[in-house]
Design a protein around this ligand. Structure first.
Ligand code: RIB
Ligand code: CA
Length: 342
């Protein structure tokens, strides 16, 4: 005798169906527990504003700073400035490594200016640094973290994370993914003919992170040089009419001049903000798993990243290499999020 099961009234079935969809999309869009390691840096500041304007998607637990574009005292001041401009002063800033692991320090004041932020005046932010060093913060936080729970956005030289991994290799367990702005494969470098600045500034650190086995996604020049400003895109940011729009417009107008002149391009890249956009809307980007090798030998290929895009050597895949992105989608996202700020 077939069991008779009364059909639930349509309205009940619809509510159950809709709640199932809502749950799954909420699960799919689970908040990302994020640490941003950065060397602000003009494009770092844009990345920080984008991240701090997206609290429903990114739980920014801390900002850790490193020497890179400019010296550590200025990258740390600039990180504090970015959080003040974003109205997010509850987020702690920890200063980290003042110099690379092995090589002699290099900086990029010629691109980012003496103060490390182009195009707008800077001041001493009201809120200070945390007393703890960034490396100790990373070790303590990643040791205590649930396995695979913390994402790290790596916007400068990878010195802090490399030091933390060397001192406490077990912290790799707490890392979900490291998304790195860095590297170059198809179209050459920006600091040497083959190397990108963040990798060239501390190749040994990048190699430590690569060999740690953490899940790595690289956002290299291959894609950031395809996501360029234009008059129209800068206009859409400036048309926001708020402080954030004016700041980013002023910063980018000045920042992109160097790249536009060097490459003879109609616009310039916003490298680091592409990392945050990838976390917010990964569908804007495409890439593939590759075998990645970093050259740590002093010489003409120092800091070069070799991404085996066609799997020529059939070596183990150890990084997801992003090679393309939706430029207008990126600027629409950036503009919309900046519009949320004051
Ligand atoms: O090569 C571009 C990268 O180097 C960006 O992160 C920029 O801020 C500089 O750090
Ligand atoms: Ca940077």
């Amino acid at each position: 005798m077939p069991r008779f099961t009364p059909r639930l009234p349509q309205v009940i079935r619809s509510v159950l169906f809709l709640s199932a969809i809502t749950l799954s999309s909420a699960q799919a869009a689970e908040k990302i527990d994020l640490i941003i390691d950065t060397d602000p840096g003009a494009d770092d500041v844009v990345a920080l504003l984008l991240a701090l304007a997206s609290p429903e998607q990114l739980n920014v637990r801390a900002i850790t700073t490193v020497a890179g574009n400019v010296r550590l005292d200025k990258t740390s001041r600039n990180a504090r400035l970015a959080r003040e401009w974003a109205g997010r002063e509850e987020i702690p800033v920890y200063a980290g490594a003042p110099r690379p692991l092995v090589r002699s320090p290099i900086y990029a004041e010629n691109i980012h200016g003496q103060e490390g932020i182009t195009g707008v005046p800077v001041h001493e932010p009201a809120k200070g640094l945390e007393p703890k060093n960034a490396v100790n913060y990373l070790i303590e936080t990643l040791t205590a973290a649930k396995p695979g729970s913390v994402t790290i956005a790596m916007l400068g030289p990878q010195t802090n994370l490399a030091l933390a991994l060397t001192q406490a290799p077990g912290i790799a367990k707490g890392i979900k993914e490291v998304v790195v702005m860095g590297g170059a494969h198809f179209n050459g470098g920006n600091i040497t003919p083959v190397a990108e600045f963040n990798l060239y500034a501390d190749p040994h650190a990048a190699d430590v992170v690569l060999k740690s086995g953490v899940k790595l996604t690289y956002i290299p020049l291959d894609v950031t040089h395809k996501i360029l400003t234009s008059e129209a895109r800068l206009k859409q940011i400036a048309s926001l009419g708020n402080t954030a729009g004016k700041l980013v417009g002023g910063i980018l107008n000045e920042y992109v001049k160097g790249d536009m002149e060097h490459y003879g391009l109609p616009g310039g890249p916003v490298h680091d903000a592409s990392v945050i956009a990838y976390l917010l809307e990964p569908g804007l980007f495409t890439g593939r798993e590759v075998n990645l090798v970093i050259d740590t030998r002093e010489g003409p290929t120092f800091g070069q990243t070799i991404a085996d895009w066609y799997n020529t050597l059939d070596q183990p895949k150890n990084a997801f290499w992003v090679e393309n992105g939706n430029a207008q989608g990126f600027f629409d996202l950036l503009t919309a999020r900046l519009g949320r700020l004051k």
